[in-house]
Structures are given as C-alpha cells and as structure tokens.
Design a protein around this ligand. Structure first.
Ligand code: GLC
Length: 724
C-alpha cells in the first residue's frame, strides 16, 4: 500500500478537516512537475499536468488527470450526478439552491474528495476552504481537471489497490464521525408550517390514532418569535418547555431549527450580546455586515472565531434548558436573500426601467436583477471574517461557515448536556463536519428523480464520513403523490435519518394524509423500519468503529462487470443489497444480481426469504412491504416492531438468513451484532461493543447456535421457519 502523501502549495488557510498529521512532501513546485513525477507511473489515471496562474488577480491551481475509458470516478459527497461522477462538472461552493435540477453543479456541501478507480485506485483530496471545480470528463472525455480557486492549498494523494482501502484511509485522515443517539434512528415527522403547539399535538395524535410509530417532530421556523434564534413565539407555543416534556413522557422528541442569521433588533438579547462581544462578520468598512434572510435584516455570527463559537454555542442552552436534545442548523451556507448593496442595485434598475420600452434585453435584465438577488458571490466577497489572525473575505473561506456553526452547536450541547449524544443536523457542510453532526440532503422536490438522486447520494455521503444522513422523504418542494411517498419510504427505512419533511404551501404528506389504504401501507413501512432498527444501528456502529462505508456502490463489492455500472441498487454494509423502486406506476423492477442472493420480503410481523440465481431478473415489488437482497452466507437480525425506540427489545429475534443454493452441506451463518447504550458519548471510547452470533446448520439438518439468551428463529429460503 502507498501511504497518504501531503503536498502544500503556498500558505493555505486551515480548514480543520484533517485530523491526522501527515508529514509534508518536499516543497511542491508546480512548474517543475513535482506532483506529476510523484504520481504512480503504472496507473492509467496519472496526474499529467499541474499548472497555476498564481500571479493573476484571481489565481487558480489546476490539476489534470488522464482518465482511461473504463476508469470510474467516485466521491464528491453531496452533489448531483451519478455514483460514477464522469461526464459532468461539479463545484464545491456551499449553495442554498432549492432547485436541484440536472444543470446545477453545486449543492449545500463542499466535499473535495475524488477516487479514480482503474487498475489501481488513486485518491485526491483538496483541502481548501474556497471554491473548487471538478470537470470530470465533461469538457474532454478522458480528462479530469480540478481547479482550485486560490493561490494556496493542501493536497492529499494516495494510491492503493482498491477504492475501499482509499476510503478507509481517508476516514482515518478526517477522524471519527458524529455518533447520534439510538433514538435518532426512529421515524420523524416534519413540516414547515406547523404553526402552533396545537398543530404538533394534532400530528402526534394522528400518529397514535393510526398506530404509526413516531419518534418525534422537527419544529421549523414557525416556533420562533419573528424568526429570531433562541426565542419562542409564546402566542402559538405558550408552554414550549411543558410541550417538550409531554412529548418526552411519550418517548418522543422535538427537534427545533436554528438559522445562521441573527435578527437586527434593539433589545433582542442575541443581537445585543453579539454586538457587544464583537461577534458578527464585518463589511469592508469594519461595521457588522447586514444581509437579509427570514427575519429581514440580520447579522451573521463569525463562527470562524473560537470566541464566537463558544458564545453562540452557549445559546443552545436556551433550548436545552427546555428539555431539547436535538437541533437542525439551517441556512448556514450562509443563505442570503439580499444585501443592502444588492437590493439597492435591483431597485435602481427598476426605477431606471420605469416608463421605458423594455425590449428583449432590457426586459430580461430587469427580471434577472431581482431573480438573481439571492446568494450572490459579491455578498460573500463583502463579508469579512477574522480567522487565524487575518481578515479574510467569506468568499475565500466560504465552505467553512456552516461547519463552524455546527461545531459551535456540538460544543454547546457537549457543555450543557454532558455525555449525552444529541441529534444534530446541518444543511451546509465542509469535509470534516462529519465529526459534529449529520446532514440532510437539503431542499429536494417531490420528484421521482430526486428519490433516485437520494439513492445515488448515500454512498457518496458515506465516503465523506457523513454516516448520519438522509433526504426529506416524500420530497420538500412540490406536491407528493401517495405512491411517491410510499416508494420513498421503502428506501428511506434504510437511511439513518428517516424524516418526512415538506415545504410551506405544499400538499400535506404525513403518512396518514392520503387514503385509508395508503395509511395502512405507510404504517406497515414505518413499522418495518423499527423491525430493522437494531440491525441498522449495528451497521452504523460497525461503520463508525471500522472507518467503513455504510452505503457502498455495487462496484466496490463486485468490481468489473455490469455491477459497476449500476446506480439504482446500492449495498448497505457488507450483506444487504437495496433495490428500491424509483419510478411511477411500477409493480416491480429489474434487478441485477452479480451473484446468487436471497430476496427478503418483510411485513410488519412476517418475512419470507427466496433464493435467486445470479443474473438479471424481474422481481415483483408491491408498494406495501419492504424488500432487499441478502448475500449468501449472511444473516441479519429483525426484531418485533414498536411505536418508538424506547419500546424496542431484543428479547425475540428473527434471523433472516441466506444459506445458499446447496443447503444440504453444513452452513454457518454469522452476524457481528454491534450495540451500546445508545445515548452516552463516553461509551464510544471503550471501543466496539458487539456480540458474535452464529447459527451452524449441519448436513443432517440439526442446528448449533451461538446466540444470546433471547428467543430466536431462523427464516431461510430452505424449509420452514426454525425456532432455535
Ligand atoms: C430551508 C430548509 C428547510 C426549511 C425551510 C424553512 O429551506 O432547508 O428544510 O423547512 O428553510 O425553515
């Protein structure tokens, strides 16, 4: 194995992503071709040019790699495109863009990891806080061009025989991920527009009346007083603390939102304290920078300063004191509707246009002046941070903002709720933020293509260490159909974050909002999540401790062949292959089986296992129940469902096992079952806690087990259920 190499160009700004000290390679001189000479010669994907325009006003550093026709390019975390990133361009520049259409190049995360998989696997990680673009065989099909928009950067490279080894090495480089509490694996309901305490109680009651499991409700900006962080609108939420307590008595959690911008309002304590403590990002004249988000004009805390992180982190105590144990940090790219200069420019344009005969050019220019008001690069250039002893524009360190906000939340929770794992989600992220929280995939839409995108994105997020993640199930923007929601649930029951969330003004998409038949279908799907939950938690812990991927592309497990091209089937852990239905009006789908596998079909209370041969097969996949394939020689635990994680128990365990075609010879099925107390932080430092479970079936049909003292049964494709 080749070890990770660390290169440096110029004087880079620290990103905080790297946790392991890798000695620097001798000073890198781009023009002498150092980086090129260091690249492995045998590999088809060698770095073949590295250039820079360091003297220009907008310096860039460009690395170009040759791609062989069959090379796959993996990585880039939260972005659009396929699992194999070839044929597209991507930008790492955290962006609040709710329209994740095909033509976009950036989402909310900045994840600069690329692994080129050919005869060997070549890893390139660009440790840089500003914009980076990746042209992955788009302009020139056999070229990968990485452009760093700055004059200084750190670069990490390594070469190994498999992509899995590269990803594992990368995870060691960036450190252990955030570990959520076990209850964070439950089902959560959310909606922008639950206006009052009464709305939340109605949702809770509907779930209870319909016997649908519910772990908690996310509480969107509606709970705040005029969208001010760390306030509660007491007219609509008269007793927030009491409400949180009542939910907790039912073993349910409320997860409020916190936005990056702090409303400018005299007498509002967060604003007043922020001003007094000099905590806000400045404008070029040294005054607090003014921009607008939900509450109108805001200042942004300068999360890049440790003092500001500590100050803002302490404010989470306002919620913790009311019983809150989870939070979602939002609008932290940061999202900006407009700033003073931007808005004035657009208004001037409108005034200038008054009374004029607007032709094709001037009409569109007028529209664009307003349509393009949000999130302009010019705003980020005006915002000034104080970071590591220098004043630096947000544009140069743009991708760090959301991560540092979330670090502030993590540290605030650690201080005020010691040794208890909180649920933390962030929308914006940079590599390395995985230490502090999970991410959701942002404002998707109720589109089938976004269900497919969710499937493709999960492995890429695992590669970046964002294990706790998932999409807004059912879609955030637009109107969900009953069918889309149920199909999405059939996939999301496997993602660590399972949250149904929707935008203001969209059709109600709670699981009971369609028809009685669909309520029953959704109840069954969510109940199945709870049957799978101890298994999912175990796989998550395994990925945590072993620096492994939780979700993997098929190509990592079945390299070469057709499996490498498939991106609507993914692996969960080592044994489960997910085969979701991702288009409308289907009663099944074609599945590619790279090897013989067993199909497991789950209902709320039952399960069947059917052996399949390798090849392409059509499987019926009805809208009710959950199906997946299990690799032969593996088994996974299923428990009895419950209405929340507090109700789960391991006292009765059903093992779904895949014995293989020739069940007559002795077979041993095994599972390493990871678990812990599900809530404390320090338990993670003890190292992995697991039980080795084994069932050996002798050729005469007798069974030997090494299992805990629960009641067990084994379900396989061969013969009836065995009670062990
Ligand atoms: C952003 C978030 C979304 C939230 C909305 C209102 O768009 O991404 O999840 O509902 O803001 O707070």
């Amino acid at each position: 194995m080749n070890h990770m190499k660390h290169w440096r160009i110029g004087n880079p700004i620290t990103t905080g992503a790297i946790q392991t000290d890798i000695p620097l390679q001798p000073k890198l001189d781009l023009l002498s071709g150092d980086l090129i000479q260091s690249a492995p010669k045998k590999s088809p994907s060698t770095l073949d040019s590295a250039t820079s325009t360091l003297d220009s006003a907008t310096p860039t550093i460009t690395l170009t790699y040759a791609l062989a026709p069959t090379d796959q390019v993996l990585g880039l975390g939260q972005n659009l495109g396929g699992i194999n990133k070839r044929g597209r361009t991507y930008t790492s520049y955290c962006t609040d863009d709710p329209h994740h259409t095909e033509d976009k190049t950036a989402l909310y995360g900045a994840h600069n990891l690329i692994v080129i998989v050919g005869e060997t696997a070549e890893l390139i990680y660009i440790d840089f806080p500003g914009a980076v673009t990746f042209d992955v065989g788009f302009t020139v099909p056999d070229r990968l061009t990485i452009t760093v928009h700055g004059d200084s950067t750190d670069i990490y490279t390594m070469s190994d025989k498999s992509a899995s080894l590269c990803f594992q090495a990368f995870r060691k480089l960036i450190g252990k991920p955030y570990m959520p509490p076990k209850w964070a694996f439950g089902y959560f309901q959310s909606r922008w527009g639950y206006k009052s305490e009464q709305d939340l109680l109605t949702v809770q009651k509907q779930f209870a009346d319909n016997q649908i499991p519910l772990e908690g409700i996310y509480v969107d900006i509606d709970y705040m007083e005029r969208f001010k962080d760390f306030t509660v609108d007491t007219a609509n939420y008269p007793d927030f603390k009491g409400l949180v307590g009542r939910f907790k008595q039912s073993h349910q959690y409320l997860i409020p939102i916190i936005d990056a911008g702090v409303k400018i309002e005299k007498g509002y304590p967060v604003y007043e304290e922020g001003l007094k403590g000099d905590h806000f990002v400045m404008d070029p004249s040294g005054k607090p920078y003014v921009a607008a988000v939900w509450p109108g004009r805001v200042h942004f805390p300068d999360f890049l300063r440790p003092e500001t992180r500590a100050w803002f982190g302490d404010w989470y105590r306002y919620l913790i004191d009311q019983g809150i144990e989870g939070i979602w940090n939002d609008m932290n790219e940061p999202a900006i509707f407009y700033d003073e200069v931007g808005l004035a420019g657009a208004i001037d344009k409108a005034i200038e246009s008054k009374g004029k005969n607007l032709d094709i050019d001037s009409y569109f220019a007028l529209g664009d002046a307003f349509k393009g008001l949000s999130n302009q690069e010019a705003y980020y250039k005006r915002m000034q941070h104080r970071y590591e002893g220098q004043v630096v524009s947000n544009h140069k360190v743009h991708n760090l903002y959301g991560s540092f906000m979330t670090q502030s939340a993590f540290e605030g929770f650690a201080k005020h709720l010691p040794n208890r794992r909180p649920l933390i989600l962030s929308r914006a992220s940079h590599t390395g933020m995985h230490k502090y929280s999970g991410i959701w995939t942002g404002d998707n839409s109720s589109w089938w293509s976004h269900l497919a995108l969710n499937v493709r994105m999960m492995p890429s997020l695992s590669m970046m260490g964002f294990l706790y993640s998932g999409a807004d199930t059912g879609g955030f923007g637009g109107h969900a159909s009953a069918e889309l929601l149920s199909r999405w649930l059939q996939f999301s029951v496997f993602t660590p974050l399972l949250r149904n969330h929707a935008a203001l003004g969209t059709r109600a998409q709670e699981p009971y909002e369609f028809s009685p038949d669909h309520t029953a279908i959704n109840r069954q799907l969510i109940s199945i999540r709870y049957r799978l939950l101890p298994f999912l938690y175990s796989e998550f812990l395994k990925a945590y401790h072993e620096d492994a991927l939780l979700f993997k592309p098929l190509s990592l497990v079945f390299p070469g062949g057709r499996a490498s091209q498939i991106d609507d089937q993914i692996m969960l852990g080592d044994s489960v292959m997910l085969v979701p239905v991702i288009s409308a009006n289907q009663t099944g789908r074609i599945v590619h089986l790279p090897e013989p596998m067993d199909l497991v079909c789950l209902t709320e209370t039952g399960e069947t296992v059917t052996a399949y041969k390798a090849g392409d097969v059509y499987i019926p996949y009805p809208i009710s129940g959950v199906q997946f394939f299990l690799r032969q020689g593996h088994m996974i635990p299923l428990v009895q469902t419950a209405l929340n994680t507090a109700g789960l128990s391991k006292s009765v365990v059903t093992w779904a096992g895949a014995l293989g075609d020739d069940a007559k010879t002795t077979k041993t099925l095994g599972y390493t079952w990871y678990d812990d107390d599900g809530i404390s932080q320090d338990v993670l430092e003890l190292g992995p806690q697991y039980e080795q479970c084994q069932i050996a079936i002798q050729s005469d049909g007798s069974v030997q087990t090494k299992l805990n003292d629960s009641k067990h049964q084994l379900v396989t494709a061969h013969g009836p259920k065995r009670v062990l």
